[in-house]
Design a protein around this ligand. Structure first.
Ligand SMILES: *[C@@H]1O[C@H](CO)[C@@H](O)[C@H](O)[C@H]1NC(C)=O
Ligand SMILES: *[C@@H]1O[C@H](CO)[C@@H](O)[C@H](O)[C@H]1NC(C)=O
Ligand SMILES: *[C@@H]1O[C@H](CO)[C@@H](O)[C@H](O)[C@H]1NC(C)=O
Length: 335
């Protein structure tokens, strides 16, 4: 009798746990209209850019552990389109992963709904088109998987979070690039931050600017959405604390600069602990010699709300771009 009672209690508890787990998960229903648009390029000349809901980069998928994400994609391109959700584990669900072979592309003029669960995951990820070199033309965007409210996060809640999608960019039409066999050896033209050209590059196009308040701490989710170049990320006069990468919290190390390779994502905490002013956010390519005014040096602005001045001084210096040991040692120190 007692054991029947105990097993009843156990199964009831198990049922309640399952119920609790399923009731806290939300369904995130998204509709994406994917187009090619000539007006979204980072420079003043027209070039085809892949936009989602008229955005480049695409919209944030802001999910929480165990949420169900459903993305109804309308392909308005003139060719097949396939999205991949880089780093989302797709347990028993590999046909939603959006890579050629497990998943058919969406035909032009039709729509298809991806559905997946961000099961037991946290962290910073990106999505992008996985076939036909389309990623060279955009179509990428940020994915956040936030902790459930009941889970302790190993650092204080930041004042705000910013997604910084940084990556190399070419002014050549992506269809032209893919038609050339030597595509992979071409040096890109620029490095963009959130789809925007470097500060000072163009008067007609915006640069990326991030607003912060003195004394507060912010989480930057930095991803390399490029195709060729690794970069070194740093902020003038500010340090950063690495807290998360690729879906795991890390040992918290304080850095002056951070190397991010193609496809990688990191979260760093940055405290606005300097005088009210504007500061450079830069990303310089690895394995290339560049000068500060090169479009291959991405430049954004960290803008303090009370700042009355523009960015000034020289760009923050980083490691020698050819110093592979720096890169390897830094990667080894992050666990
Ligand atoms: C993302 O979702 C979290 C949890 O629901 C919420 O607190 C946060 O404000 C959302 N952020 C954005 C940018 O929508
Ligand atoms: C296409 O979109 C419609 C809504 O506009 C939706 O009802 C339908 O399920 C979608 N088709 C697929 C295959 O996802
Ligand atoms: C890059 O610059 C360094 C130091 O100025 C120089 O030694 C090296 O030859 C340059 N490399 C290339 C590929 O230009």
């Amino acid at each position: 009798m007692r054991s029947t009672m105990a097993s009843f209690v156990r199964s009831t508890l198990a049922f309640l746990v399952v119920l609790l787990a399923t009731t806290t998960a939300e369904v995130i229903d998204l509709r994406w209209d994917v187009h090619v648009n000539d007006a979204f390029g980072p420079s003043s000349s027209a070039q085809p850019v892949i936009t989602i809901n008229d955005k480049f980069p695409g919209p944030l998928i802001n999910s929480t552990t165990n949420d169900i994400v459903r993305v109804n994609v309308f392909n308005n391109l003139d060719e097949p389109l396939l999205f991949t959700w880089n780093g989302i584990q797709q347990r028993l669900n590999s046909w939603q992963d959006g890579v050629s072979g497990t998943n058919c592309a969406i035909k032009p003029g039709t729509n298809w709904t991806y559905a997946f669960v961000v099961k037991d995951q946290i962290g910073t990820f990106t999505y992008f088109p996985s076939i036909n070199y389309q990623k060279l033309a955009g179509g990428f965007g940020p994915i956040r998987v936030n902790n459930r409210i009941v889970i302790n996060v190993p650092f204080p809640k930041p004042q705000a979070e910013f997604d910084l999608l940084i990556g190399d960019w070419s002014f050549t039409d992506y269809k032209t690039i893919r038609s050339r066999l030597e595509a992979s050896t071409e040096v890109p033209d620029m490095i963009l931050i959130n789809g925007k050209a470097p500060y000072g590059y163009s008067t007609s196009k915006p640069y990326e600017s991030v607003g912060v308040t003195k004394g507060k701490t912010y989480r930057f989710r930095v991803s390399n959405v490029g195709s060729t170049l690794s970069f070194n990320f740093r902020i003038q006069n500010h340090k950063m604390v690495v807290v998360e990468t690729e879906g795991s919290y890390t040992n918290q190390i304080t850095l002056d600069s951070l190397d991010v390779h193609v496809g990688q994502s990191y979260s760093v905490l940055v405290t606005a602990d300097q005088d009210d002013a504007d500061y450079y956010i830069v990303a310089t390519p690895k394995m290339l010699n560049t000068t500060d005014d090169s479009p291959l040096v991405a430049k954004g602005v960290l803008h303090y709300t009370e700042s009355g001045s523009r960015v000034s001084g020289s760009l923050p210096t980083g490691p020698d771009p050819w110093d592979i040991e720096f890169s390897v040692n830094q990667a080894r120190s992050i666990r």
